[in-house]
Design a protein around this ligand. Structure first.
Ligand code: SAM
Length: 231
């Protein structure tokens, strides 16, 4: 498992974060044009507490949330128990425990697929996809400021350029999506910054954010599974 202190230790604040993120729905609009899921079978890898599962289930045929951390598996099951098109299973990106060629869209949002170490998960997603299906990876674009600068200051060993070039050289394309995060009040803003950054950077981010909105850019990497023979 890749440690995810934000959602593991502060699930309520992370739920708030999911609610304030991308208030215009720009990421889902971009995803829908890259890999439409209406009437199709979707897998959400590292689904956390299952926040995005009902969104896919709005039009998908089936949705499977895969999550390794037991308390989050439980939370995602609780959230989705009244929708029989959604199933939540304990598993990981490296071992989805799903049949070959059983999904049309494999989606992961800020989970597991952060760069070169994600090769086993890419292979596993390609196994589970049907020919013509798509693996779509949504992550924060740390080349865009101010959020990216805060991230890179906190994570000096993370290179967004190296992560991007890994995906570009392994058959993915990239779409950048600008979003607005809008908070109900400054306490909510401080709480979310507090689970995403070290104390020092959270304080700096709060000071550098006047008002209640934050511009955050995402990148979506997409790789399609070939149809027919691959030579
Ligand atoms: C930052 S959270 C994002 C959760 C969810 N995608 C969302 O946007 O609400 C990252 C998630 O990845 C999960 N994770 C950690 N290691 C993983 C792995 N090897 N395979 C799949 N998911 C993993 C964590 O348990 C956590 O739920």
């Amino acid at each position: 498992m890749i440690p995810s202190p934000n959602i593991w230790h502060w699930p309520d604040v992370y739920e708030l974060e999911n609610k304030v993120q991308d208030v215009d729905g720009a990421v889902f609009a971009a995803l829908e044009s890259i890999a439409p899921w209406a009437g199709r079978d979707v897998v959400d890898v590292g689904c956390g507490a299952g926040f995005h599962l009902p969104i896919f289930a709005g039009s998908a045929r089936t949705v499977v949330g895969v999550e390794p951390y037991r308390p989050l598996v439980k939370a995602a099951k609780r959230r989705t128990s009244d929708d029989d098109r959604i199933r939540v299973v304990r598993g990981s990106a490296e071992d989805l425990s799903l049949p070959d060629a059983s999904a049309d869209v494999v989606h992961a949002r800020t989970a597991y697929f952060f760069g070169p170490k994600s090769a086993p998960g890419i292979e596993e997603a390609m196994r589970v996809l049907r020919p013509g299906g798509a693996l779509v990876i949504v992550d924060l674009d740390a080349t865009a400021h101010p959020y990216g600068e805060w991230m890179c200051t906190d994570l000096p060993h993370y290179s967004p350029k190296a992560a991007e070039s890994f995906f570009l050289t392994t058959g993915f394309d990239i779409t950048r999506v600008d979003t607005r995060w809008v908070f109900p009040d400054r306490e909510a803003l401080a709480a979310v910054l507090g689970i995403e950054f070290s104390k020092r950077i959270a304080a700096r981010a709060l000071a550098e954010t006047p008002g209640l909105a934050l511009d955050v850019r995402y990148r979506i990497h997409c790789r399609r599974k070939a149809r027919g023979f691959v030579v």
